[in-house]
Design a protein around this ligand. Structure first.
Ligand SMILES: [Zn+2]
Length: 392
């Protein structure tokens, strides 16, 4: 993965945004710059899938000094992240929560509001406690596709060990919020010397002392995974009996488009029909690879739990009901029709579907057996109020 850090760009960003409190600002602005770079890669932070933080001391209005956590606000974009998108929290209070055995979402939202040190209306990330519990100044959290290809499979933990040794710890999926924060903290303590934790069916967290160092370690980890997995290649998907070209899929799409548009009572759709998508959905292996429960909690939020498969006459394509948006329907002769309440939402669905299918295909081609997110967590995340606020 490309290391996008350019010192001159960082300095330029700092110059544009710094104020009177220059020394402190510089480091926080450096982490804001790192956040933008992480946001530039869909395969790291698809549509806001990730967050960052920075710990420091600040002087309050009454002159007292407090330990503070600057953490990305929920629902703010990473690629155009601005320093004011950090919410400043009372770090001593957050760390004190580590000793609890349970902490529900409603209490968390209320206590986050009560223990803000900034005057922000933004809600801190649902993953703020994970950032607070890790005792390092800088923390970056991402949802890298390259790692999901390694851990969303039955032999995931073994492969991760083979690729990274003791550099990274691995934990099973844990519910975002308090449970995840505790699990990540415990893994970081148990695996002395590890630089980060991989959360199965979720992503990666990396920590350290400075924004550039943590960003570059994240990029190094992803690059290592990107090089490692293709070496495991053992089989291609079966070649389609009938090849559907992009041109032919477009012709079929234009045939059904007016009828589909008229049938929709609400929302819109976009077509996913790149050559790799058409090759996969027309392969005899395609349906088994495509029709599976989701990889992580992000996917059901944007593309429903499982894609709908349609074959047969293209004029009989099913039209999803508006209350089932976002939604995606696969037809081998057309591609994947991705539905959303508006164009932006339909595009998000398309991006998630494309990424999910690429990951599942890579797992198949490297001899793995796909392992989805456990059913008990799928609906929990899709309808969870705090989680919904991260949609950007
Ligand atoms: Zn996450």
């Amino acid at each position: 993965m490309l290391n996008r850090w350019v010192e001159a760009d960082e300095l330029n960003f700092i110059e544009q945004h710094e104020n009177a409190d220059k020394e402190l600002e510089k480091e926080i602005l450096g982490q804001a710059y790192a956040t933008r770079l992480l946001g530039a890669e869909n395969d790291l932070t698809m549509h806001g899938g990730g967050n960052t933080s920075f710990k420091t001391n600040i002087v309050c209005k009454d002159g007292s000094e407090k330990r503070a956590l600057y953490v990305k606000a929920s629902g703010t974009p990473l690629s155009s992240f601005m320093p004011e998108h950090f919410v400043v929290m009372d770090l001593d209070f957050l760390e004190g929560l580590k000793s609890l055995s349970n902490f529900d979402d409603e209490t968390m939202a209320r206590e986050f509001k009560n223990h803000q040190l900034s005057n922000s209306n933004l809600l801190p990330s649902i993953e703020s406690l994970m950032h607070a519990f890790i005792p390092a100044r800088v923390v970056d959290h991402t949802h890298p596709a390259a790692l999901l290809k390694i851990v969303n499979r039955i032999d995931g933990s073994e492969l991760l060990k083979e690729c990274f040794g003791d550099e990274l710890a691995v934990i099973p999926y844990a519910k975002m919020g308090f449970d995840l924060a505790k699990a990540v903290f415990e893994a970081s303590q148990k695996n002395v010397g590890c630089n980060g934790v991989v959360m199965r069916h979720h992503g990666l967290i990396v920590w350290g002392d400075d924004p550039r160092g943590v960003y570059e370690r994240t990029i190094d980890i992803i690059t290592k995974a990107e090089v490692f997995l293709p070496r495991k290649f053992v089989r291609s998907i079966a070649q389609p009996d009938v090849e559907i070209s992009v041109d032919l899929s477009m012709q079929n799409y234009e045939t059904i488009k007016p009828v589909m548009k008229n049938s929709l009572t609400h929302g819109t759709f976009t077509l996913l029909n790149q050559p790799d998508i058409l090759e996969l959905i027309n392969s005899s292996d395609g349906k088994a690879i495509v029709c599976n429960p989701p990889l992580t909690p992000d996917y059901p939020m944007y593309a429903r739990i499982s894609l709908q498969w349609a074959d047969g006459n293209i004029n009989a394509m099913p039209v999803p009901a508006a209350d089932t948006f976002p939604h995606a329907v696969v037809h081998p002769k057309i591609g994947v029709l991705c539905y959303g309440a508006d164009g932006q939402s339909a595009k998000r669905t398309a991006d998630f579907v494309h990424q999910a299918l690429s990951i599942r295909r890579a797992i198949f081609e490297t001899g793995g057996t796909y392992e989805s997110l456990a059913e008990e967590f799928i609906l929990d995340m899709q309808y969870r109020g705090y989680q919904q606020s991260k949609k950007v």
